[in-house]
Design a protein around this ligand. Structure first.
Ligand SMILES: *Cc1c(COP(=O)(O)O)cnc(C)c1O
Length: 383
């Protein structure tokens, strides 16, 4: 065992005060979760309608500062609908980062569109405004139909940056570029609940954004997602098409378009309401942990990823940048064998079989980070 790695293992064990297996991120139910779930069961409204769904939506809107929030069954479904409502159609292209979780690209594919992969910045791990601007300037032309990719003749229907591990990308710059080229901006904010850029919550810079409440996220509803937007028409459309496109009627079944059953069950929303109450405590604890890691790694040749300038991160998953791929592989093996969970960052999306023929730029930073970034235990310490 590498001495340096033993020191890290000891440090993480000290941080979490345990000799048992340490997961990467475990959910914390330390508030009204049980009470609300029991209340929900007692009411028999466990399924697609109920007071907790409405309350969870209102609280998410209030918390993020968005005008409207619409709950969905998971984050991928939320992304699918945000893209559809942004106007992404069959045969379109959507720009995103190759360094992301596969759900971003899956949602693009559900719309019948194809991702175009642009590089990330090394410090934010998110979409690089400079690479985006260079790609659009060199490869597109603006027409009455929108921004057209000159190489493929297809319309670029949206840009989808992602706030990796809760670190906000340079979203103000990206929003400016989208404006300049006339492309709708949709934020994949699945990982960034509680993360702000220039004092504004992530997910409020574009037309629409999607959040996830999967079991490994900052707060969880078991499975769940949320769409946010400031646009009343889009919010109403989002609610309509995620709830089977049913027209309100006292007893008749009238559906006026092809809709989706993407509703968040009330019982999951009950968990969500309780988790929202705990969110400030969870975020506070995660900042304390991140700061302890930052101090620990300050004197080492391993780089701890800190929140970018002008940003406040939720530190969903703490990340390290190791020297090279070989160092990363040894790190992963030794920590996991010692029961301290560590995971590499995702494979780049353009390396997966279903996306390998998609257009991309040189992806210099994405490739560099892919070889070096790992996540380490990040659960909040709350009781
Ligand atoms: C978690 C996640 C999603 C999808 O959320 P689910 O709720 O698991 O469907 C989408 N994008 C990113 C970047 C994520 O991390």
């Amino acid at each position: 065992m590498n001495k340096k790695h033993q020191d890290i293992i000891d440090f993480v064990r000290g941080l979490y005060q345990t000799t048992e297996f340490i997961p990467l991120h475990e959910p914390k139910f330390v508030g009204n979760e049980k009470a609300y779930v029991v209340d929900c069961i007692d009411s028999t409204f466990v399924s697609s309608v109920g007071k907790y769904v409405d309350r969870f939506e209102l609280e998410m809107a209030k918390y993020t500062g968005a005008k409207y929030a619409v709950a969905t069954v998971n984050g991928t479904a939320a992304l699918h609908i945000t893209l559809k409502l942004a106007g992404v159609n069959r045969g379109d292209e959507v720009i995103t980062q190759s360094l992301s979780f596969v759900a971003t690209c899956n949602a693009i594919s559900y719309c019948g569109a194809e991702p175009v992969f642009i590089d990330v910045d090394r410090d934010t791990l998110g979409l690089s405004p400079q690479s985006l601007s260079e790609f659009l300037s060199a490869n597109t032309t603006r027409t009455a139909e929108g921004c057209i990719n000159k190489t493929t003749g297809r319309r670029i229907a949206a840009v989808v940056p992602m706030h990796t591990f809760g670190h906000p990308c340079r979203i103000d710059k990206i929003a400016g570029i989208c404006e300049e080229f006339g492309i709708p901006l949709v934020e994949d904010a699945a990982e960034s609940l509680g993360s702000y850029y220039q004092g504004k919550h992530t997910g409020t810079f574009g037309k629409l954004a999607a959040f996830s409440f999967n079991g490994n996220k900052t707060i969880t509803t078991g499975g769940g997602g949320m769409i946010i937007t400031d646009d009343e028409v889009l919010a109403k459309r989002a609610k309509h098409i995620t709830t089977t496109a049913k027209k309100p009627h006292p007893y008749e079944f009238i559906h006026d378009e092809i809709g989706y059953n993407y509703r968040l069950p009330n019982i999951n929303a009950a968990l969500g309401c309780a988790q929202m109450e705990c969110l400030p405590r969870i975020l506070e604890s995660k900042r304390v942990i991140a700061s302890a890691y930052a101090d620990f790694f300050a004197t080492s040749n391993i780089t701890f990823v800190k929140e970018p300038a002008q940003a406040s991160a939720n530190y969903w998953l703490n990340a390290l940048v190791l020297e090279d791929k070989q160092a990363r592989d040894v790190f992963l093996k030794e920590l996991n064998e010692a029961g301290v969970m560590s995971r590499p960052i995702w494979r780049l999306m353009n390396e997966l079989p279903m996306f390998e023929s998609c257009q991309s730029d040189a992806l210099v930073n994405a490739k560099w980070l892919e070889d070096r970034v790992v996540n380490i235990p990040s659960s909040a310490r709350v009781k």
